[in-house]
Structures are given as structure tokens and as C-alpha cells.
Design a protein around this ligand. Structure first.
Ligand code: CA
Length: 506
């Protein structure tokens, strides 16, 4: 791309430009000669400096682009560009309203686990429940074991341990689980049920009253099956205990009915994965358009992925609704900078071989394409990893960019619809929440015709505008929230929950 932001001048200078070497699809070319060490500009941002003189018409590949230093976190514009969009009224969907006011888009029995040790038993129990019990409860969509690698062999009191602990707790409270939770514990693990839910819990029918943390609801009373309890004699008795509790909860969930809910009840998590250079010009701008529609309709939209917004922190702090929101964003970026530094790397550790093959030279270019998923409205809140969302509007939910970790943390925040854009292609899906997948290119949409829900590649080929695809996405979100299945649901593509644990393992 040009190293000049003056569009007219650039157009004049590049008239009649000829390629002097083959440029792969999605990659950049120099519109005019770029001198060594001169800035290379895309999205009106310096994405790097030329490592050698680049002639006009040459392929600008990643080895020619030197990464600029990260912007420091001081002297940022604070709440200078907070735009409040006009309301959008009249859009509804059919959802499952919960006692705490949240709304589910699916009706799922979740089995929470306190430790990986129980995963095999839970997996067997889920299989038996699906075969033996679920057919009797036709209003329940699925049974899901919330298995994870945490729970024991971990420094449970380390400051960072609160992240995986609250993530598991808050996932159990996801609106798609209807306020019901069945917890399977081993017994001797570090993450004891009382630590996971320091609230009133039923332990084999007995309630243990303790103080309620602010983020749990008083209506939430998980039932706990402990495998090491003396009453369990052999494997079959464990399965019987889990199935007995599951049957009671299925009966409650089966009474849930879809009711008309305002679009404001949506909690949409957006992220990208397997990105390419088209992500930032087709799919992500269309997501940004849909984000604006959702925010205008009063919904909550979360965007995340710290390393993919870090280079645009000045754009985000400017869009903060208040100085406090900007300060919270800076706090999360600072925490993540230190986290990466402890590991001996920086934000440039993000970008994959696939990203580069798809034309993204470095993390700055990737971030500029990623950040547009947030649309244009004011940012009204910030969540730390694993925290539960309790407000409307556009929210920055700080998570790693790793697809399955970001998805897991957005589930914990209370997401009930997930939008996922991809250029390289990933069959990503989650068991707990429908995932709408958006292709950045026609070629991917055609080749993966039964995996991609929306083709934003039409924007690049001139067959649709960003607004067209944004509206298509908005309407599909409402339809999927009302029960329409996504391709990932159709094929039952379900990635594992992957917890973010910045604390030590013992
Ligand atoms: Ca991602």
C-alpha cells in the first residue's frame, strides 16, 4: 500500500502501475517506491518501516516490513471520541428468559466439573444421559459436560488463580443453562465446590449455607455429586448418582418456553480466528456494522483479544464513554504487557504462519483489521478475564486472542451468541452457545459451503456492501438466537473449553 495518506495524490502517482513480480491473493504491493526505513501505511496507520528500498509494483511481504515499537500507555486520548448512536427499536427474538433476567438462546443441561480427574466419568454420564434421559425431555436441546484441565496440581491461592476459578463459576451461570447446575467433584481436589461456589449449595441433598459473592444470584443452587463419597461403590453407582440429579434438572429445564424478547437481551461475543488480509476489509467491518446495530438496539456486544487491539489502544481510549472506562482498558493492556514480558515475549508473538500466508505482515496490520469488529460506538465497560458481564452496550472483555480461550472467557461473561470471522478457515464451534461463522473471501465460502454461515467475501468482489452483510448478520443473529441452527451446531462441532490460567502449576 501507499506510504502517503493523500488519496488523490496517491491515485495520480499510481496510474498505470504495473506489477513487477507475482503478488499472492490478499497480499500488499507498493503503490510507489518506498525508501528504506520509510513508513509503510495501511488503514492510515504506520504498520511498519521498509527494511530495504521497495520499488513500485513490488510485493510487500512480511520480511520487508519492520515492526514499529508498541505505543506506550501514557498520554493517550481519553474519552475524546465517545459516539452515542441513535436507538434502533422494534427488533425481537424468541428466547428463554431466566429468573435472574438473563435470556438463553439454547436450553442446555450443563454438568460443571471441579477438576479434570472426573472428566472421563462425566463423559460416560453425558453419553448415558443423551441416550437414556434426553429423549424424554424434548424441550431440552443438549447435555454438555463442562470439562477442563484445571482444579488440582495448581497454585490455587496465587493471584492469577482467580481467573480460572471465576471462569468456571461464571460459565456455569451462562444464560443457556437456565440457572440450573449439576457439579461433579472428585473430593480431594484443590478447587473444592465450596471454593467454586461460595454460596448455598446442595451437597448430595444437603445445603451448605455460606456468604454469597456479589456476582452469583441467590436463585443459583448447584447440586453436587462427589465421586469419593462413601456412598459410591464402584463406577455404576457414580453414574447412577449423576443421572439421578440430571433427571431432576432436565425436568425443570424441560418447562422452559421461548418467549418474545427484545434484541436488547442479546449478549454477543465477537472474535476472529485464522485471519487473513481480507478480515480487515470484508468480514470484520461487516461485524462492526452489525455491532453498531446491536448496540443501537440496546444489546451487549463484547470484543476481546488483547494482543489484537494493543496497537490500537489510542483508538479505544478515545472511544471510552468515561475516563474510568479508558483507565480500565489501560489497566488490562498493562497487565497483559507484563504477562507477555514475564514469558520473554511481546505482542509480536501473535500472528501465525497462516496469517502471514494470508497477507498479514505483522501484529499491527492484524490489529488494525481486528479492531474494526468493535464498530463505531462509545465503549461503555471493561471486563477482566473471566468476569461476568452486567451491563449493556459495547464492552471490551479482555481475553487472549487464542480462539478457544477467548470463546471460553466470553462464555463466562454471559455470551448467548458468538460471531466468529475467518479468512484462512477454521471449523470452530462451542457446545454451550451457537457460533455464527463468517468467511472473509468468496473462495473460502464456496469451498467450505457447509461450514460458513455468512459470506462477507461478496464485499471484496463488489456483490454486496459492508452495510448489506452487516444487516444480513444482524438478522441471522436474531434468527439463530430464536433457534435456527448454525452449521457448527448442525455438525456438532464443539471445541473444548480452555481456561486462561496465568498462575503457576505445582
Ligand atoms: Ca481469536
Amino acid at each position: 500500500m501507499a506510504n502517503d495518506t493523500n488519496q488523490e495524490q496517491t491515485q495520480e502517482q499510481t496510474r498505470g502501475l504495473r506489477l513487477i513480480e507475482a503478488v499472492p491473493q490478499g497480499h500488499k504491493l507498493a503503490l510507489r517506491q518506498i525508501e528504506k526505513d520509510q513508513a509503510i501505511t495501511r488503514y492510515n496507520v504506520t504498520i511498519g518501516y521498509a527494511s530495504e528500498t521497495i520499488a513500485a509494483g513490488r510485493w510487500v511481504h512480511e520480511n520487508l516490513v519492520q515492526l514499529p515499537p508498541a505505543r506506550t500507555l501514557d498520554q493517550l486520548p481519553i474519552a475524546t471520541r465517545a459516539i452515542h448512536l441513535p436507538p434502533l427499536e422494534g427488533y425481537t427474538f424468541q428466547g428463554y428468559r431466566n429468573v435472574d433476567g438473563s435470556v438463553g438462546t439454547r436450553n442446555i443441561l450443563a454438568i460443571t466439573t471441579t477438576v479434570q480427574c472426573v472428566a472421563g466419568v462425566v463423559e460416560c454420564a453425558v453419553k448415558r444421559i443423551k441416550e437414556g434421559l434426553l429423549p424424554r425431555f424434548p424441550n431440552v436441546d443438549d447435555v454438555v459436560g463442562l470439562e477442563h484441565s484445571y482444579g488440582c496440581g495448581v497454585a490455587i491461592d496465587a493471584p492469577g488463580a482467580q481467573i480460572p476459578i471465576r471462569t468456571v463459576r461464571n460459565i456455569s451461570l451462562n444464560p443457556n443453562f437456565g440457572g440450573q447446575a449439576l457439579v461433579v467433584s472428585l473430593g480431594c481436589e484443590k478447587m473444592q465446590p465450596s471454593r467454586l461456589f461460595p454460596a448455598s449449595v446442595k451437597l448430595m441433598g444437603t445445603k451448605i449455607p455460606t456468604s454469597l459473592p456479589a456476582e452469583t444470584t441467590s436463585a443459583f443452587e448447584p447440586t453436587i455429586v462427589c465421586l469419593q463419597d462413601a456412598q459410591h461403590v464402584g463406577f455404576e453407582s457414580m453414574i447412577t448418582s449423576i443421572m439421578h440429579s440430571a433427571e431432576q434438572q432436565l425436568a425443570i429445564l424441560n418447562q422452559r418456553q421461548r418467549v418474545t424478547c427484545a434484541a436488547a437481551d442479546l449478549v454477543v461475543g465477537v472474535q476472529c480466528g485464522g485471519s487473513d488480509a481480507f478480515s480487515g476489509v470484508t468480514a470484520n467491518p461487516a461485524v462492526g456494522f452489525a455491532t453498531d446495530l446491536l448496540v443501537r438496539a440496546g444489546a451487549s456486544v463484547m470484543f476481546s483479544e488483547v494482543t489484537e487491539v494493543r496497537d490500537g489502544i489510542d483508538q479505544l481510549t478515545a472511544r471510552a464513554a468515561t475516563p474510568e472506562v479508558a483507565a480500565a482498558m489501560i489497566r488490562e493492556m498493562d497487565w497483559y504487557d507484563l504477562y507477555l514480558k514475564r514469558g520473554g515475549v511481546d505482542r509480536s508473538a501473535n500472528t501465525t504462519p497462516g496469517n502471514k500466508k494470508g497477507g498479514l505482515s505483522n501484529i499491527v496490520e492484524k490489529a488494525m483489521g481486528s479492531i474494526v469488529k468493535s464498530g463505531s460506538s462509545a465503549i461503555s465497560g471493561v471486563l477482566a478475564p473471566g468476569e461476568k458481564l452486567a451491563q449493556k452496550g459495547l464492552i471490551y472483555a479482555a481475553t487472549p486472542a487464542s480462539d478457544f480461550i477467548c470463546g471460553t472467557l466470553q462464555l463466562a461473561a454471559g455470551m448467548n451468541i458468538h460471531i466468529f470471522t475467518t479468512g484462512r478457515g477454521t471449523p470452530y464451534g462451542l457446545a454451550a452457545v451457537p457460533v455464527i461463522k463468517v468467511a472473509t473471501r468468496n473462495e473460502l465460502a464456496e469451498r467450505w459451503h457447509d461450514l460458513m454461515d455468512i459470506n462477507a467475501g461478496k464485499i471484496a468482489s463488489g456483490d454486496a456492501s459492508i452495510d448489506d452483510i452487516g444487516w444480513e448478520m444482524f438478522h441471522l443473529i436474531l434468527a439463530v438466537a430464536s433457534g435456527k441452527k448454525t452449521w457448527a451446531e448442525y455438525w456438532k462441532l464443539q471445541n473444548a473449553l480452555v481456561l486462561f490460567n496465568p498462575a503457576p502449576i505445582t
